[in-house]
Design a protein around this ligand. Structure first.
Ligand code: NAD
Length: 356
């Protein structure tokens, strides 16, 4: 298979972690007989320094022409004073919207070797944590009208939550397709006892489920889901939910797995092209010190293979390699705990690549 990957190194630790993910992808391509071409695209603070804008047109064109986008992270205190619409992080929103990425996929997976890093009780963690939050990304209350009026001398704020049926249908299909690549169970999360948007959500998801008879569908209210994630996370395979609920639940889900340095994410649209990035930011406090954990970015590359290129075996190989290196006792500082074998970003990447 031949694929072109646009690579946004970004700012802070971005360049260090992305280089390790590229090294792992190169080894994977070699082992499985594929050809990946990596095309750099500048975005974020580094692009502001060089071109004066956070997302230069040529970078956008590179991403639009690629089969997938791999991103490190953007931003940092150096650009705090930049005009609001040109902030490094704003480039992310521009890029997501230009690529039409309406689905955010964030796995909550606890590597057994890191179970001490979870804040949950040992007996809960022992049942395993391995689920995927599929969050609608460009609709709902974050994208409805926001306004503050003065009524009878008092400020009154209004935020509108709106969903069209087609927006729910497409994200539901993303969740069912993802479940087909996993354990064939979707839990759709809403607040249908209160909200009209949620009632439409539930009806629509139910009707899309008919297209996927091999996938089981359950419904759950969002407040209950927030409890169940910490009470019994093993019950979940794919959690499907709208934008704001997904924002909150996916952070809760990341927290129970320990370090933010190891969690990947994917943003997908209608076609197969997606954007893949770790959930953390540019970590300016440790940038350039070879201390960053590259695993979140490496696992994002594995998601790219699974979701954009349909290369499940290759994605499995990357995940297995990460697991083997952790099994062998190697840790970056953020997940070290009491471990003595603390290694740097580059060595972690090299060890994972070598396993492949
Ligand atoms: P952060 O995620 O960058 O860092 C939070 C803490 O976690 C820091 O102590 C950092 O050292 C640590 N950390 C993060 N990633 C790590 C890794 N891979 N390995 C080891 N430790 C890691 O969050 P922040 O400090 O709030 O944000 C820093 C900058 O990143 C800000 O400018 C913010 O806007 C930006 N940001 C960018 C993205 C993105 O590009 N998608 C996401 C979030 C924040």
């Amino acid at each position: 298979m031949e694929k072109t990957i646009a690579v946004i190194h970004g700012d802070g630790i971005g360049p260090e972690i992305v280089e390790q993910a590229i090294a792992v992808l190169r080894c994977t391509a070699q082992r499985f007989g594929h050809s990946f071409t990596f095309i750099p695209a500048e975005m974020g603070g580094c692009a502001i320094d060089k071109y004066g804008v956070n997302l230069p047109q040529q970078s956008l064109d590179t991403c639009l022409a690629a089969d997938a986008v791999l991103l490190g992270a953007v931003g940092g205190p150096k650009w705090d004073g930049v005009e609001k619409t040109n902030r490094p992080e704003k480039a992310l929103l521009k890029l997501r919207s230009a690529l039409g990425l309406y689905a955010n996929l964030r796995p909550a997976q606890l590597f057994g070797q890191l179970s001490d890093a979870s804040p949950l009780r040992r007996e809960i963690v022992a049942n395993g944590i391995d689920f995927l939050v599929v969050r609608e990304l460009i609709g709902g209350i974050y994208f409805g009208e926001h306004q503050t009026d003065e009524i009878d001398g008092e400020p009154v704020a209004t935020d509108v939550m709106r969903y069209a049926q087609n927006e729910i249908e497409r994200i539901a299909r993303t969740a069912f397709e993802a479940a087909r690549k996993r354990r064939h169970l979707v839990t759709s999360v809403d607040k249908s006892n209160v909200l009209d948007c949620s009632r439409l959500w539930r009806q629509t998801v139910q009707s899309i489920a008919a297209e996927y008879p091999d996938v089981e569908l359950r419904h759950m209210l969002v407040d209950n889901c927030a409890m169940q994630i910490v009470r019994d996370p093993a019950q979940f395979d794919v959690i499907l939910t709208e934008n704001m609920f997904g924002d909150i639940l996916s952070d809760e889900a990341s927290m129970i797995t320990g370090s933010i340095g190891i969690i990947p994410s994917a943003s997908l649209g209608a076609g197969s092209r997606g954007m893949y990035e770790p959930i953390h930011g540019s970590a300016p406090d440790i940038a350039g010190q070879d201390k960053a954990n590259p695993i979140g970015t490496i696992l994002s590359a594995a998601m790219m293979l699974r979701y954009s290129f349909d290369l499940a075996k290759e994605a499995d190989a990357i995940e297995a390699a990460v697991s083997k290196v952790l099994n062998a006792g190697y840790r970056t500082a953020d997940i070290a705990g009491d471990h003595t074998t603390v290694i740097g970003c580059a060595e972690m990447g090299q060890r994972i690549a070598r396993e492949i």
